[in-house]
Design a protein around this ligand. Structure first.
Ligand code: ADP
Ligand code: MG
Length: 331
């Protein structure tokens, strides 16, 4: 047996004892397949996201515990975006030689904390050596009844556009990291350990008031663009109403160009959704129950796929660059 195989089994043994159990996972880590059971009549929702060293993260900028949390959260965020209830996560790791057992343990501290907090369990994966950087691939499985599932394609003309939480903090943090500037601590926390909006996503789906939903991983404009394209509608966004944290507000006050992070900055993992007018009271109630602000930022209107921006009622130009590209701007 090579060093690598021995290391692989050690890692599996270490994590096996730390995984929670759940009625949905009838058989978890330890056999050739996991065996899952869904609630009767529910659909299985599945999503995969990779985090690759020096593409999605830099080891110099993140602790391993944060990286574990983020790896789970970015996948749970996709389940949240469709209103699914998380059931199981699968984790494939390519581990470089210079990553210590302690660092791997820290990664699992974070990963399992976020996984268990969502109600999911780690039900399997794969582990191998990497001759390059650390590579993490997570698959998340959730369930929902078909009638509750929130797709990108349901937005209708006249619907309001809403967003949870605040925008731009993660982009602000990345911008500071790339420039070697001091990062506002709250923004850094949101960049390194984003929260998946799982309970509010479920609440919106169950209430049946949202018409379309997506999580903001590539930036507000890029992800709104996905809803508009899938729904064949246009969108008008009042940029003076975008929710900004206190740190974003002071960064924008010091340099107006930072405002662009609320429009095109990636990795906020907030939920962006549309709802018919008349749902405002229900939305206020859900925001209260989930203790997360929800802000109305615009309306579905205009020609299919097109985004129009207004600032205090006046037309405002679209930023030239609309998408989020990890480290492409400077790294
Ligand atoms: P096989 O060779 O049959 O694919 P493995 O030896 O790769 O089996 O894995 C043994 C068990 O450990 C399986 O249940 C697998 O899902 C689990 N496993 C392996 N790596 C991980 C990991 N990184 N996270 C969670 N479970 C893992
Ligand atoms: Mg295997």
């Amino acid at each position: 047996m090579s060093q690598l195989r021995r290391g692989e089994f050690e890692i599996i043994d270490r994590i096996k004892g730390r995984c929670a159990t759940s009625p949905a996972v009838r058989l978890g880590i330890g056999d050739d397949c996991a065996m899952l059971q869904l609630p009767p009549g529910e659909m299985l929702l599945t999503t995969t996201d990779m985090l690759v060293e020096d593409v999605h993260f830099r080891r110099a900028w993140t602790g391993m515990e944060s990286l574990g949390k983020k790896s789970a959260a970015v996948n749970l965020s996709d389940l949240a975006a469709m209103g699914a209830v998380p059931k199981a996560l699968f984790l494939a790791l390519a581990v470089p030689e210079d990553l210590s057992a302690q660092e791997i343990d820290r990664f699992f501290d974070g990963f399992l904390e976020v996984c268990h907090a969502s109600g999911a369990v780690l039900a399997g994966g794969d582990t191998c050596a990497s001759m390059g950087g650390l590579s993490i691939s997570v698959t998340a499985l959730g369930s929902a009844s078909e009638k509750n599932v929130l797709r990108r394609s349901g937005a209708r003309s006249g619907d309001s556009i809403y967003v949870t939480g605040c925008l731009g903090d993660s982009g602000l943090a990345l911008q500071c990291l790339l420039a070697g500037r001091q990062v506002p601590p709250g923004a850094l926390g949101r960049h390194l350990e984003p929260a998946a909006r799982v309970s509010i996503g479920q609440a919106l789906a169950e209430a049946g008031i949202a018409t379309a939903m997506i999580d903001i991983s590539d930036g507000l404009l890029a992800d709104l663009g996905h809803i508009l394209a899938a729904s064949s509608v246009g969108g008008l966004v009042n940029i003076d109403t975008l929710p900004l944290s206190a740190e974003m507000q002071s960064a924008v006050a010091a340099d107006r160009a930072v405002f662009e992070q609320a429009l095109i900055g990636g990795e906020d993992y907030e939920l962006l959704f549309t709802a018919a007018s008349g749902s405002e009271q229900d939305i206020v109630q859900i925001a209260g129950l989930c203790q997360l602000p929800i802000t109305r930022i615009g309306v579905i209107d205009g020609s299919p796929g097109a985004i129009e921006l207004r600032d205090k009622g006046q037309p405002s130009p679209l930023p030239r660059n609309r998408g989020y590209k990890h480290f492409s701007d400077g790294a």
